[in-house]
Design a binder for this molecule. Structure first.
Ligand SMILES: [Zn+2]
Length: 200
């Protein structure tokens, strides 16, 4: 399977901007912790095999970027994209590998983020968008999400808040896109709820 270096070598040809897919695995750490690294590696190999087969179906290429991160790249064909997204993501919601001597098989869930053609963007930027979309899919527990501008490309912002209860300062991570929605964090020192409001 092609790796991250191979992904980085894909030339940026704007007029041929591809559809980029980021694949995020959920449950991989639990597999490694519960079954050991050999089983973890077997799960990653199986994910790679399945993704390569899915990519082949639509004349795409799958990449193993690192650890539990995979990507796929498809030449652009806007007519085909909706079918591709539904087919790839729904066929591959879960990958299971039987483990010798254990009743339960090792399994991971796959979440897909799709970043469609954008003539203005480099491949690296499209990958970032796809990753953001996959992250959103994982959050929403839905098989896949297609990137839209409202997801933004920079996802997390750090906010420092002084706790009204104990006076300690706490760093809170907030999703920028969701800043307009009511959010709160907890004081790291006393556990008081710290409200987060726009513009503060
Ligand atoms: Zn506090």
């Amino acid at each position: 399977m092609l790796n991250k270096a191979a992904f980085a070598e894909i030339p940026d040809v704007p007029e041929e901007a591809p559809l980029v897919v980021f694949v995020d695995l959920a449950g991989f750490k639990a597999v490694n912790d519960g079954f050991g690294h050999a089983v973890g590696d077997a799960v990653l190999r199986e994910v790679g095999t399945r993704l390569s087969a899915a990519a082949d179906q639509f004349a795409g290429v799958a990449y193993h970027l690192s650890g539990d991160e995979f990507a796929m790249v498809f030449s652009q064909d806007e007519q085909r994209d909706p079918d591709l997204m539904a087919a790839v993501a729904s066929d591959l919601g879960r990958v299971e590998v039987p483990v010798e001597g254990r009743p339960a098989s090792a399994s991971v869930e796959l979440f897909f983020g799709f970043a469609p053609r954008d003539l203005e963007q480099t491949l690296a930027e499209l990958l970032k968008r796809a990753e953001r979309a996959a992250d959103e899919a994982k959050d929403l527990r839905q098989p896949w999400v297609e990137w839209t501008p409202e997801l933004g490309s920079d996802e997390i912002v750090n906010w420092r808040r002084k706790c009204a209860g104990c006076g300690a300062s706490t760093s809170l991570q907030v999703r920028k896109r969701k800043v307009a929605e009511p959010q709160s964090g907890l004081c790291a020192n006393c556990g008081s709820v710290l409200p987060i409001t726009v513009g503060t």
